[in-house]
Design a protein around this ligand. Structure first.
Ligand code: DQA
Length: 147
């Protein structure tokens, strides 16, 4: 199976960006770790990152042509974008929302997620392990063994 890891604004700056909140690993190191977690699940992973909402919409629209599921960290657009929420609702493949930080322990505006309204699941605050957990959720759905 193939899974798209879709990253929104500022996640290209991982490692340099607020390391006390998001960690000291770069986006490349994160995706390498996600690939390692994906391998035993029989999942191939591809990363797309964009700082542009429209590019994220295009990536979601195109995802079902090439992917069986999406792990989506919409970053700050989580809290503002009805368009991304609608795109998640519009596509027929599962989308698991992931946040590195625990958005419920931060500023109140981060506790609101439009994307969560249509995501298969949301994992927040587990750091990079959240991505590995999202892959397990997707793998069990693909296999029809979701609990
Ligand atoms: C984030 C949380 C968002 O609130 C924030 O805007 C981000 C990253 C996370 O992964 O913890 O950019 O999605």
């Amino acid at each position: 199976q193939r899974v798209l890891v879709l990253h929104g604004p500022n996640l290209n700056l991982l490692g340099a960006r607020e390391p006390s909140i998001y960690g000291e690993f770069t986006q490349q190191q994160l995706i390498d770790q996600v690939r390692t977690a994906a391998e035993p699940l029989g999942i191939e992973v591809e990363l797309i990152q964009s700082n542009h909402e429209g590019a994220l919409l295009d990536a979601l629209h195109a995802a079902p042509e090439r992917f069986d599921g999406v792990v989506f960290n919409p970053s700050a657009l989580t809290h503002t974008s009805i368009a991304l929420r609608d795109a998640v609702a519009a596509i027929p493949i599962p989308v698991v929302e992931v946040h590195l930080s625990n958005v419920h322990r931060r500023e109140p505006y981060r506790a609101v997620s439009f994307v969560a309204e249509r995501a298969t699941a949301t994992i927040s605050g587990a750091g990079p392990d959240g991505y590995a957990a999202a892959l397990v959720v997707l793998a069990r759905r693909f296999a029809g063994t979701a609990r």
